[in-house]
Design a protein around this ligand. Structure first.
Ligand SMILES: [Ca+2]
Ligand SMILES: [Ca+2]
Length: 461
């Protein structure tokens, strides 16, 4: 037995697995309930501090600051084909909405499921929209009901971006996402402040779009996407974050996004080759920033926002996103994923108010604001593996408003050579002693700022 243990010594690796338990740093404060399949919430950026809720069957509701009962802003149910992944899916207010009253919607139309991106204008009543529409884009999507995409947002330069799904079914059977003559499976970018008389469109495709004056559709900004349901721009840096919903294995987040990037679907799902086009697996597609697997009930990523709120509910610069199936809210801190909160809800979308505070949309009818629960402290592992049986690693601690934090452990083999407490953002050094009975793994726990991590050291059996 000892001989066998020695034989293993040369290849033994001390595995460190950090599993964050639901953090207690945030909680959800319900602001409105009883909605009909809400899929998005947005602000108009006009200083009114109102929130606008998109209901999938085809209405937009407006909620006054502090109110709990919304009123109807726009009702286009008669135009919308809604069921499953279809419906009224997206809304974006023009950057100058406060003066020009222009806003844009994304829906699947009745009766054929064609994707429509259309412009509306507010009426003389600021809480009621006009009902006439100007159609900008119509993208046939009649073959399958799923993977419509649905996000609209204005980005740098005042251009409108739209996320379009691959056309549906499994494995993108028409290979739309890699076809630059199709608008399916793409991120589009258009200028809605100019029309193109020659092309007969009420918009132009901006300089810098990769296929302008070249083969490929002029509206395309990036491609190789499966179902970019939600994307957002960091309101401080303008960096674009795309949440691309995966198929049966991997959910992925793509950032930063530069014109002409090909994110690899249907050849790649996350970092994994799908083997749908095995010969193409060696091509150099743009890899995601990160992906995660379908485990623990996770199955569909809901892209979110980089937190820049004025209330310091969360650390500045944290990317907050979720999973529709598991109901978890996650944070990405630039190198790892942490569970912020297990909500148990069907998280269909996130949204931002004018102050940059974040909201969680539950498809079953509620919208809640993410609020701080006392001091907000988050801890992120900077590594998940140690290659020695004794060693140190660091945990990055981020806090709101300089909150104090402390760390502890339940195991004598876990120690803190640089101390167990701090205030504000900082680094916690954790040491683990050599584990001699390394045919077996041992488990301890580490608590930092109220979050508990499980540490497993030694061989996994
Ligand atoms: Ca072209
Ligand atoms: Ca990809």
């Amino acid at each position: 037995m000892h001989a066998m243990a020695r034989a293993f010594t040369g290849i033994l690796v001390a595995l460190l697995i950090l599993i964050s338990s639901p953090a207690t740093a945030i909680e959800l404060r319900q602001i409105v309930a009883g909605l009909s399949s809400p899929v998005f919430v947005a602000n108009a950026g006009d200083g009114s501090r109102r929130l606008f809720v998109v209901e999938q069957p085809g209405t937009i509701k407006v909620l006054q600051p502090g109110a709990s009962v919304p009123t109807t802003f726009l009702d286009i149910q008669a135009r919308v084909l809604s069921s499953g992944e279809r419906g009224l899916l997206g809304l974006a207010f023009h950057p100058l909405y406060g003066s020009n009253g222009r806003f844009f919607v994304f829906y699947t139309r009745t009766p054929d499921g064609t994707i429509v991106i259309a412009e509306y204008r507010v009426s003389n009543n600021p809480n009621v929209s006009g009902t006439s529409e100007t159609v900008l884009l119509q993208i046939p999507h009649g073959s399958f009901a799923n993977h419509n995409g649905g996000m609209l947002a204005f980005g740098p330069g005042g251009y409108l971006y739209a996320g379009i799904g691959d056309g549906g079914s499994g494995n993108d059977p028409q290979n739309n996402a890699q076809n630059i003559e199709s608008l399916l499976g793409k991120l589009l970018r258009i200028n809605v402040d100019q029309s193109n008389a020659a092309a007969g469109t009420p918009y132009t495709s901006p300089t810098g779009n990769p296929f302008l004056n070249a083969p490929g559709r002029d509206e395309i900004f990036a491609y190789g996407l499966r179902n970019p349901w939600r994307f957002s721009f960091d309101r401080q840096t303008s960096q674009l974050w795309i949440g691309d919903v995966g198929q049966g294995a991997r959910e992925e987040v793509n950032t930063p996004v530069v014109a002409g990037m090909n994110f690899g679907w249907r050849v790649y799902e996350g970092f994994v080759c799908t083997n749908v086009d095995t010969a193409l697996c060696g091509n150099s597609y743009t890899r995601p920033l990160f992906d995660y697997a379908h485990s623990g009930g996770r199955c569909s990523l809901t892209g979110g926002y980089v937190y820049r709120g004025t209330a310091n509910t969360l650390p500045q610069g944290l990317y907050v996103y979720g999973d529709f199936c598991s109901g978890e809210l996650f944070a990405w801190d630039s190198n790892s994923q942490s569970v912020l909160l297990a909500t148990g809800r069907d998280v269909s979308s996130f949204g931002e108010d004018e102050e940059g505070e974040l909201y969680v949309v539950s498809n079953s009818g509620r919208i809640s604001r993410i609020v701080g629960s006392g001091c907000s402290v988050l801890a992120f592992p900077s590594t998940t593996r140690l290659d020695a049986s004794a060693g140190t690693f660091t945990v990055q601690v981020q806090t709101s408003s300089g909150c104090a934090w402390s760390a502890s452990s339940d195991s004598p083999w876990i120690s803190f050579p640089s101390g167990t407490s701090g205030s504000g953002n900082g680094t916690l050094t954790v040491a683990v002693s050599k584990y001699y009975r390394h045919l077996w793994a041992r488990t301890g726990s580490l608590t930092v700022g109220g979050q508990t991590f499980e540490i497993v050291q030694g061989r996994q059996r």
